[in-house]
Design a protein around this ligand. Sequence first.
Ligand code: NI
Length: 230
Amino acid sequence: MAEKIRLLSAVLGSEQVPAHLARSVIEERLRSAILDGRLPPGTALRQEELAGLFGVSRMPVREALRQLEAQSLLKVITHKGAVVAPLIGEDAVDTYALRVLLETEALRQSIPHLDAADIALARSYIEQLENETAHAEIGRLNRLFHLSLYCKATNQKLLRMIEIELNEEERFLRFHLSAMGLGKLTQDDHIALVNAASDKQVEQAIEVLEKHLNTAALTIRRYLSAQVAK
Ligand code: NI
């Protein structure tokens, strides 16, 4: 127990948080520690421990945990409470099959409404990806690139679901990208995708996106089965 608290306070800091900011500060600290891997998948987060650590009541802690659960960063497990959610892996095939459905629909809705500024923003992410070598940053830029093409989708709920999936992928890429070698291959897809979107070629854009996501799914699947074989 003392060991666990020490770990948590090393990761999250232990300064007392002003009561009126407690929920958002706690949520933000947990979120960034989960995203960058300081709190690995499976870590249990107990309300009393976190409340004690930050010197607040359990209510803001519970609220923060609920927000993170809604973002799929935590899972609530019976008798165990909130734990840091697993990375895509065992269900990678299902995850990508679902993403093809969600993201092609978002792209279909969004492309007719994309203007020159949206396309320029998407291209700027491709350029930044070209020069970026830090894996955490590559994951983030990839997410922002995809969202920039879906952003004008009319169904807001669809966009929120896609954001959850993209956050999950970003977190996975942070840990595994170096070993996977997706590299420049996916940049060719990104360029083809933004060109098709810019030309309002909806069907062509969808075809590229499907191929892009299927390639990622295949690469992740191969990578994970090689991990298991080790
Ligand atoms: Ni991509």
